[in-house]
Design a binder for this molecule. Sequence first.
Ligand code: GLN
Length: 287
Amino acid sequence: MVSRGELFRECQAALEQAGIDDARFDTLCIFQDCLGDRNPLFSPLEAVPLDAEAAICSMTERRIGGEPLQYILGQWEFYGYPFKVGAGVLIPRPDTETLVDSVIRLCRENGITSPKIADLCAGSGCIAVTLKKELPLAEVSAVELSQEALPYLRQNVAMNEAAVTVIEGDVLAETTAARLSGLDIVVSNPPYLTAEEMADLQTEVAREPEMALVGGDDGLGFYRTLTPLWRRSLRSGGYICYEFGMGQHDMIGNILAENGFENIKFTRDLGGIVRAVTAQRSEENNG
Ligand code: GLN
């Protein structure tokens, strides 16, 4: 039988040779998962059981084939909570924690203790579930259309014991928006990549659902439709909170202002990129 240390070196070298950026990190994650040990290299001479070796080798092969590490592991952490992921659902990204933080901050600053929230394009449910966990008195709905994503969303709601209402529907349709009213907060990380970005995706991102990524030619299609449509589901003075792509903030600010939103505030992600916005539905103009 092969030792942990020896197999680790082999797998890491194979990933490096395949051009995987974080070969050591990926190998460590695979070992942790297959051996059920957070520190698999504390005992490098320990023999790896044959079934674990087979599992490690098969995961390493999948990674060499360009599959995202998160899909291979089947679970990924977001804001300290676990989320099931796999082909058909967007992988939760650290950037999106910035959006969640901005919603939580908005609630704290404005003394909103039991907000009624709708998360549009909920995907894995990372935003909706995290908000429900962090704001336990909130009433949270998660809207998703994809038949591939919905099972993950439901599973993540259950696994995290978060009382989130899952709504199956198209966020771009009036009939869906009509199902929710008097909302304090609409939050969304809609698809926002441009046609140009879609043509040049990183190997791993190309394995993620196109439906969760592509936001029309200029990436702004969802914001143009969602903003006027869901404005009507917000209470007067309620907020809309979006994540968006690098460089889109000016255009997003314009879309919000044109649709009767004020107090438009942007937040940068940990990489320094302007990544999220919160904006308030003006009290006047109730149209
Ligand atoms: N942040 C994702 C990426 O750059 C895009 C997610 C989205 O379109 N909402 O791959």
